[in-house]
Design a protein around this ligand. Structure first.
Ligand code: MRU
Length: 353
């Protein structure tokens, strides 16, 4: 955190290693984990010490550099072969957020295209990871401001509902959905943020609420099942969520519960925005049915702390993401502006790497 502004940065490169805020311990403990080896970065992504689509892309980019610097050979082909294995390890951590695969591909492309000594390739890989990191922060600011520009004009001060955590913790800083919230707050257009607690891992209750408290953004936490009732009571003006992977037709994978939120928003005639960088768009997938959905340990459902919630003998199903059909999305807000899901395909050539 930057103490003069209370801005949160979940990933910091310093002293030749990466500091990650340990997001599994928030809000009770605000601690950092130092990562200097590729294997530790892979574990940090898998165990969700770092999570959120853009953040795991940035973390994987640094992981690629950490893996590269562990390779001790002067032979270019041997180096690239080893680096492919580093890439495989990082790719195996989480399947849904495409930013992870996008960042690893960009790092591999950099390695293949850089001529010169192995040491020079390693240096270029570090430069590229830092560029991906910085670009993500800049992209989030642009998404925030582009989202602000398309928010409904009335009422003057809006109540926004969000799901999961698409904030500074989930990105290089500022956030995507929370970037829109931050820009609205800055311009006096935010009355209040409603944050779904986001079962089962509670990213809304634990992380989004914590981020808001750091900056004095007014926030109300509700359980996921309360969203429809809040809409019926007229408490919500607009929904803004992040994304883990957007197919070419605009179908959007995001944290489990997003799809039902989009349905209740539609039933109440409330605009539903997805805020995400173009690196989250997977133009190779024609629609959302092809997006791989991560299934996580059922422990996340039946256990809170040391308390077991459910009788033994029960079966569980724990998909971590769902897919919201494009027709339920009012607008997709990116660093290049906000547009309808149908217009997304026009932006294919603007996607870097
Ligand atoms: O499982 P998580 O916590 O990594 O899931 C995160 C989300 O679903 C976010 O909404 C998404 O990655 C967008 S983050 C800017």
């Amino acid at each position: 955190m930057n103490s003069s502004t209370n801005q949160v940065y979940s990933i910091i490169w310093h002293n030749d290693s990466v500091s990650l805020i340990d997001q599994t311990r928030l809000p009770n403990e605000y601690t950092f984990v130092e990562i200097s080896r590729c294997e530790d970065m892979a574990r940090a992504i898998k165990t969700m010490i770092v999570r959120g689509a853009p953040a795991i892309g940035v973390a994987a980019a640094y992981g690629m550099y950490l893996g590269a610097r562990e390779i001790s050979t002067g032979d270019r082909d041997e180096f690239l072969n080893h680096l492919e294995k580093v890439a495989d390890l990082l790719r195996s951590t989480r399947p849904t957020a495409v930013n992870l695969f996008w960042a690893i591909s960009r790092m591999m492309k950099t390695a293949y295209e850089t001529l010169g000594t192995i040491e020079e390739i390693k240096k270029t890989l570090l430069d590229t990871a830092q560029t991906i990191h910085l670009e993500d922060l800049q992209t989030c600011h642009a998404i925030g401001d582009n989202g602000l520009a398309v928010l409904p004009k009335t009422p003057e001060r809006l109540t926004i509902l969000t799901h999961c955590n698409a904030g500074a913790l989930a990105t290089g800083g500022y956030g995507t959905a929370l970037g829109v919230v931050r820009s609205a707050f800055r311009e006096g257009r935010l009355a209040r943020l409603f944050a779904d607690e986001t079962r089962p891992r509670l990213q809304g209750a634990r992380l989004t609420a914590w981020e808001c408290v750091q900056e004095g953004i007014p926030v109300t936490v509700i359980t996921d099942s309360m969203a429809a009732q809040c809409m019926k009571e007229g408490l919500i003006d607009v929904v803004v969520v992040g994304a883990d992977r957007i197919a070419a037709n605009g179908d959007t994978a995001n944290k489990i519960g997003t799809y039902s939120l989009s349905l209740v928003a539609k039933a109440h005639n409330i605009p539903f925005y997805v805020a995400a960088p173009l690196s989250t768009v997977d133009f190779s997938l024609s629609d959302g049915s092809k997006i791989p959905i991560e299934e996580r340990n059922p422990e996340e459902i039946y256990q809170i702390g040391n308390t077991i919630l459910t009788a033994s003998g029960v079966e569980f199903y724990n998909p971590a993401f769902d897919v919201t059909p494009a027709e339920l999305i009012t607008s997709i807000v990116t660093e290049h502006g906000a547009f309808s899901p149908k217009e997304l395909i026009k932006y294919q050539e603007k996607k870097v790497a």
